[in-house]
Design a protein around this ligand. Structure first.
Ligand code: ZN
Length: 537
């Protein structure tokens, strides 16, 4: 052994030179492409990792030789973003002439965590490249599904799910539990088939990112999440629709309960969370009760107030439409003189009056339905033709007129159309509306808006003043429901990962690091990109 020339042994001849004319298809360091085959829309690349180690990995001797060649099957990110790519990777097994042991050199671009099961006593080896992982995490920032990525990569749906969930969990743990200074909270329905239930969404008021998805909407669940935030003292505003439980848990003292729920019922998302139950302590702060967000104020939501006003007007419109038959029949009957009735005969006269009334009813209902949206805008925003119609309808139906006026006054309370209302103006507006409500003949239809304005006065004032609302959480709510429909049977935990990851990593108009779609590039940029690729020269 001693008489061997180290320098010769070290430059082990790796007979992995690419045949003439085969381009470096994969652009991976140390990888020599030997063969590229296209099968259907997939690309299979055979090649070798031709990097010789500096010394034996066991004894650091420099005398070794290639004993044989191992082949690994490795999934790669789709080449050029469109061709699912699998690599038959030839990796030399070196035999150390000093210690007699065998060793391999693993390419640095493989994902270490993707170790295949040990089958035939050979050491476990990776099954995917690191850039496939990057590709998957990148794709998960958009509205996609595991099934779609599986189609695009050839990699299995289960493996893609596992990659995403593992990376997300690590990132999520690192990110911690801090809450934004202002956030919005709302419930949404996590439903697939006949199963499902309510979950709670927490969305950052400032940037609209999903902060968290809680597996139900219980007070205790929300309270525990708040208590987990190290910065819970810094939360200032929580926007919500008019939900009493959300307001209680965000702003009232909470008292921990003795009884804990059984461990068996515990959803996976509660792993590592102490399952303390909390109840709202209305009796004033006792020694054991405390606020989860000591500095937080609740903000109401103009949108839901406006909607409650509109709904009340709709109820009145429907009520009016339903009473039309009687009203129009009475009118038709009143038109006739006793002589007319005698001339026609009582029965025939009744039938004709009824027919006329029915015709008018159906025309009026169709008219009211068709033009109902003209009752929504403030009167000064209507066109002259619309104004005439609205005035005509309102003069015919005094109850609808009363409701219309109450609705318009209600929309005006927090309206910023002319100029932003001061808190005092909002308060005064609420008081005035409540007075109008008492006097209005349509008041009985407006009990929901009345309750909101009575119970959520200060929240509405804050909402108008600080722009705390639920706009962003409402939009996430819609997105959540859409994603559930895209991925049937998806768990709450996975949905949470989708929403939080996508929001935190969303970016626009940037060429992805690995590969990806071309939609954000101009045609010129795309051809410049093609020209700049080394393997195209
Ligand atoms: Zn050795």
């Amino acid at each position: 052994m001693d008489d061997r020339d180290c320098s010769q042994t070290r430059s082990v001849e790796l007979a992995f030179e690419a045949p003439d004319g085969v381009p470096d298809f994969l652009d991976l360091s140390g990888f020599r492409t030997q063969e590229v085959k296209q099968v259907e829309h997939m690309v299979a690349v055979r090649g070798a990792y031709g990097v010789s180690p500096p010394s034996c990995s066991q004894c650091e001797a420099v005398h070794f030789e290639v004993e044989k060649v191992d082949d690994w099957l490795v999934w790669d990110a789709p080449r050029f973003g469109i061709y699912p790519t699998i690599i038959q990777l030839l990796v030399p097994i070196f035999h150390c002439l000093a210690c007699g042991r065998r060793f391999q050199v693993q390419p640095p671009w493989l994902d270490d965590s993707s170790v295949a099961a040990e089958d035939d006593k050979r050491p476990p080896r990776p099954t995917r490249t690191s850039r496939l992982v990057t590709y998957i995490m990148d794709r998960m920032t958009t509205m996609t599904t595991f099934a779609q990525i599986a189609r695009d990569t050839g990699y299995s749906e289960d493996s893609i799910k596992a990659v995403f969930e593992k990376r997300f969990k690590a990132w999520d743990a690192e990110r911690g539990k801090d809450l934004p200074r202002a956030f919005e909270i709302d419930e949404t329905l996590h439903k697939y088939g006949k199963d499902g239930g309510l979950v709670t969404l927490i969305v950052d008021e400032e940037n609209g990112h999903t902060v968290d998805v809680l597996p139900d909407r219980d007070n205790s669940t929300i309270a525990r999440r708040f208590f987990e935030a190290e910065n819970r003292n810094e939360v200032e505003y929580v926007g919500m629709d008019f939900s009493g439980p959300f307001r209680d848990v965000a702003t009232k003292p909470l008292k921990p309960q003795k009884e804990m729920p059984t461990e068996e019922d515990k959803p996976e998302l509660f792993d590592g969370v102490e399952m303390v139950e909390y109840v709202v302590d209305d009796s004033g702060e006792s020694s054991e009760s405390t606020r989860a967000l000591p500095g937080a104020q609740a903000g109401g939501d103009n949108f839901h107030l406006s909607k409650a006003m509109e709904d009340a007007l709709t109820d009145v419109r429907n009520f009016v439409a339903n009473s039309l038959s009687e009203k129009y029949l009475d009118e038709e009957l009143a038109k006739a003189s006793p002589e007319d009735i005698a001339g026609m005969g009582e029965e025939a006269f009744q039938a004709e009056a009824k027919a006329k009334a029915d015709k008018r009813v159906s025309e009026r209902i169709s008219d009211l339905t068709k033009r109902r949206l003209w009752l929504s805008p403030r009167p000064e925003n209507l066109s002259p033709g619309q104004t005439i119609w609205v005035q005509d309808v309102l003069s015919e139906f005094p109850l609808l007129k009363a409701a219309y006026e109450l609705k318009n006054e209600g929309l005006e309370i927090t309206s910023k159309k002319r100029k932003k209302k001061t808190p005092d103006e909002v308060r005064a507006g609420i008081e005035h509306w409540l007075g109008s409500f008492e006097e209005s003949s349509a008041g009985s239809f407006f009990s929901r808006p009345r309750n909101i304005l009575t119970n959520w006065k200060e929240e509405l004032v804050r909402s108008a003043d600080k722009a705390i609302n639920t706009n962003k959480v409402e939009s996430k709510n819609g997105l959540y429901k859409l994603r559930i429909r895209m991925c049937r049977g998806v768990s709450i935990e996975t949905m949470r990962a989708f929403m939080v990851w996508a929001d935190a990593h969303r970016r626009t108009n940037r060429w992805p690091k690995v590969c990806g779609g071309v939609k954000s590039m101009t045609a010129r940029q795309y051809f410049e990109f093609l020209d700049s690729r080394p393997d195209q020269q």
